[in-house]
Design a protein around this ligand. Structure first.
Ligand code: TNX
Length: 599
C-alpha cells in the first residue's frame, strides 16, 4: 500500500496565510514606540524584532493578561503585581539535567522562538540559573499552597522580575506549567513570525494539579478520515488545555482506519469508504506511530478503539467470513447504527479479535485498549456478555487495561476495567453495580460532553439527539456527583467525544471543539472551588484572539464576551473546507507555515 505523504495541516479556510498576529486590540500599548537603528545590511525579521525589543528597553509594561486568566483554572493563584517579568532577547531556557525535562524545555523554546524571534538556547541547570528555569524536583517541600504539588502532573509557576521558574515532580508537570506560561504571555506569542512586543508575564505564583487523572477527547476517524497532520493539530489543542488522552475511534461501519498486517483487507478494502461516499483512508503502522510519538512529546496518551462486536460493517465487507451469514454486506456510507456485528459463535472471530488487538497493542505504548461495545443491538444477552468477557480476557492477556462504552457493564469484571459513560441521564443501576465490583468510569455524558451535538438550533453541522450543547451546558456538571452510584473515587476522568458523521474537515473539527473543549478541560482539571461560570466566560473571551492568531477556527458563542475584534470566524462554506485525499491521491495545497512538527 502506498500513500502520498501528507505535508501539512489544512489551512483554515478563509485564512490561507496566517495573520501576522501583530498586537491585537487586547494587547497593551508598548511603553515606547520601538526605535530601530537602520542596519547596514538587510536585516531579517528576527533581527528587527530583537533590536526593536532591545531599543524599547526592559521597561515594564502592564501585562496583557492577569495571572489567573488561565484555562483550565489553576488550583491556586497568588498575583504579585509588582513582580511582572519581561523576557529579554538574550534569555536562555535552563532545565534540570534530565532527558524528559530537556524535551519540555525544547518544547518551550520552540513555542516562543517564532513570535519572539529570540534564539532561546536550551542549557542545563545549574550552573547559571537564568531567566527561564524548569526544575524537576522530587524533593520539593510539601505543605499548603506554597509548595510544589506532589501529584504526578502538578507544577508550580513562580514569576518574579528576574525569572520565571517552573517546578514539578515530573516532566509532565513541567509540560503543564509551560502551557500555563504560554497562556500568560501576550496573544502575539501565537504568531508564527516575529513580532516587536514586550513579552511580559504577570508576577506571582501558581500552584496547580489536576482534579482527575484522565482528561481526554475522542476523535472519530472512522466516519470521516483525518490524516496524520490533522490529528497532530488536534493533539496540540489537547496539550494547550492540559488534556492528556486522545481516544481514536479507529473502526466503524463506514471505515476501518488502521492497517493490520495479519488481516490486510481490513484497511485496503474496509478503509476505502466514509460517510457520504467520501474516499476514506487509513493509517499505516508508520502513520500511527507518528501520531503516538507526536502525542507522547506533548504528554498525551493515545487510546485506540476497535469497536466490537457491532459497528463492524467495514470489517465484514473486507472479510465476509466474520459475518453471521458469511455473506459480504454492501459497503455502508450512511449514518444509521446498530445493524452490523461479527459472529460471536464462530471461533475465527476470536482469532480476528486477538490478532487485531495484538497488533494495535504492539503499536501503542499506552496502557489502554478500547473495545467499543456500544450499540451491538443484534447481539443480545449472553451472546453479548460472553463476547465481551472473552475480548476483555484477550486485552488482559496483552497486559492492557480494557476500556469499553458503558454497555459492557453487564459483562464480568476484569481487573482495572473502565466503562465510558455516554448516557444522558444520571442513573444506570447496571453501571453502578459494575462500579461496586471495581470498574472505574470515564464520564462522557452525551448531554454535556458530546462535541458532535449542535451548539444551537442553527449550528450548521452536528446532531441534537442528546440536546443542544452550548458552552454553559458543556461546563455545568460535576463529575464527582454526576452518576448515581459512581462516587468521585471511581471516576477516572472526563472525555469529550467528537463523532464525525457530519464533520468533514479540520476547520469543522475546530469549530465543534472550540470553545467547548477548553470548558470541558476545566471540568476535568479544576477543583469546584476554582471553577466559576463568570470566570470561565472572561477567560475564554481572552482566548478568542489567541485562537484567531493561531489560525484555529472556533464558534463565536454568544455566551462569551469576546473582545470587539476579532470575534472569531464562522464556519466556512463546505466548498472551502478541506477534505482528505484518497489513498494515493496528492494532498491539496497546504499552508506549510501551519505544519506541525511531526516527529
Ligand atoms: C452514538 S455514543 C454512538 C456513535 C454515533 C453517535 C452520534 C456511542 C458510543 N455511539 O456511534 O456516532 O451516537 O452522536
Amino acid at each position: 500500500m502506498s500513500r502520498t505523504p501528507r505535508t501539512g495541516v489544512a489551512p483554515v479556510p478563509g485564512q490561507q496565510s496566517r495573520p501576522d498576529a501583530g498586537p491585537t486590540p487586547t494587547d497593551p500599548a508598548p511603553a515606547a514606540p520601538p526605535t530601530v537603528t537602520p542596519p547596514s545590511v538587510t536585516p531579517t525579521a528576527g533581527t528587527l524584532a530583537r533590536s526593536a525589543a532591545q531599543a524599547a528597553g526592559r521597561r515594564l509594561t502592564r501585562p496583557a493578561v492577569g495571572l489567573g486568566d488561565v484555562v483550565p483554572a489553576p488550583a491556586s493563584v497568588r498575583p504579585r503585581p509588582a513582580a511582572d517579568f519581561v523576557l529579554a532577547a538574550d534569555a536562555a531556557v535552563r532545565v534540570s539535567a534530565d532527558p524528559a525535562a530537556r524535551e519540555v524545555a525544547n518544547h518551550l523554546a520552540e513555542l516562543l522562538r517564532p513570535a519572539t524571534g529570540y534564539p532561546l538556547p536550551v542549557a542545563d541547570l545549574p550552573p547559571t540559573p537564568g531567566p527561564l528555569q524548569l526544575t524537576l524536583s522530587t524533593a520539593a517541600p510539601r505543605g499548603p499552597a506554597a509548595t510544589v504539588s506532589d501529584d504526578a502532573e502538578g507544577y508550580r509557576l513562580d514569576v518574579d522580575p528576574d525569572a520565571v521558574r517552573i517546578t514539578a515532580g515530573t516532566a509532565t508537570g513541567l509540560f503543564h506549567g509551560v502551557q500555563t506560561l504560554r497562556q500568560l504571555l501576550p496573544v502575539a506569542v501565537e504568531s508564527r513570525t516575529p513580532v516587536a512586543q514586550h513579552w511580559v508575564v504577570p508576577g506571582g505564583t501558581i500552584v496547580d494539579r489536576p482534579r482527575f487523572p484522565y482528561r481526554g477527547m475522542m476523535l472519530d476517524v472512522a466516519r470521516h478520515f483525518f490524516g496524520v497532520e490533522d490529528v497532530c493539530r488536534v493533539i496540540d489543542h489537547l496539550a494547550r488545555y492540559k488534556l492528556n488522552h486522545l481516544h481514536l475511534h479507529l473502526t466503524d461501519d463506514q471505515g476501518w482506519r488502521i492497517a493490520v498486517d495479519s488481516w490486510p483487507r481490513l484497511a485496503t478494502v474496509g478503509g476505502r469508504t466514509a460517510v457520504g461516499g467520501g474516499p476514506g483512508g487509513w493509517y499505516t503502522a508508520a502513520d500511527y506511530r507518528r501520531i503516538v510519538a507526536y502525542a507522547a512529546r506533548r504528554h498525551v496518551t493515545v487510546v485506540p478503539e476497535v469497536d466490537l462486536p457491532g459497528h463492524t460493517n467495514a470489517a465484514l465487507v473486507a472479510y465476509p467470513g466474520l459475518a453471521p451469514d458469511k455473506v459480504a454486506p454492501p459497503p455502508y456510507t450512511g449514518t444509521e447504527v446498530g445493524f452490523s456485528y461479527v459472529d460471536p459463535t464462530d471461533e475465527r472471530t476470536y482469532d480476528f479479535v486477538a490478532d487485531v488487538l495484538g497488533e494495535v497493542a504492539a503499536l501503542t505504548p499506552g496502557p489502554w485498549l478500547h473495545i467499543g461495545g456500544d450499540e451491538a443491538y443484534k447481539v443480545k444477552g449472553s451472546a453479548y456478555t460472553g463476547f465481551v468477557e472473552r475480548t476483555q480476557r484477550i486485552v488482559a492477556g496483552l497486559g492492557r487495561t480494557v476500556v469499553g462504552w458503558h454497555q459492557i457493564a453487564p459483562a464480568g469484571h476484569v481487573d482495572g476495567r473502565v466503562l465510558q459513560w455516554w448516557g444522558t441521564d444520571g442513573d444506570d443501576p447496571t453501571v453502578a453495580e459494575a462500579v461496586r465490583r471495581g470498574a472505574r468510569v470515564i464520564l462522557s455524558p452525551g448531554n454535556h460532553a458530546y462535541l458532535d451535538m449542535k451548539y444551537a438550533p442553527d449550528t450548521p453541522i452536528g446532531h441534537d439527539w442528546a440536546g443542544l450543547i452550548d458552552v454553559h451546558r458543556a461546563y455545568h456538571w460535576d463529575p464527582a456527583t454526576h452518576l448515581t452510584g459512581v462516587p468521585a473515587e471511581s471516576v477516572l476522568g472526563v472525555e469529550a467525544p467528537l463523532w464525525t458523521e457530519s464533520v468533514t474537515s479540520l476547520a469543522e473539527i475546530e469549530f465543534m471543539v472550540f470553545p467547548r473543549l477548553p470548558a470541558l478541560a476545566e471540568v476535568a482539571w479544576s477543583t469546584p472551588a476554582a471553577r466559576s461560570w463568570a470566570g470561565l466566560r472572561k477567560r475564554l473571551a481572552g482566548h478568542g484572539p489567541r485562537w484567531h492568531a493561531a489560525g484555529i477556527a472556533f464558534h463565536p458563542s454568544p455566551e462569551i464576551p469576546w473582545p470587539a475584534a476579532p470575534a472569531g470566524r464562522h464556519l466556512p462554506d463546505a466548498a472551502e473546507t478541506h477534505r482528505n485525499p484518497a489513498p494515493g491521491q496528492p494532498s491539496p495545497a497546504r499552508d506549510t507555515a501551519t505544519t506541525p512538527d511531526v516527529r
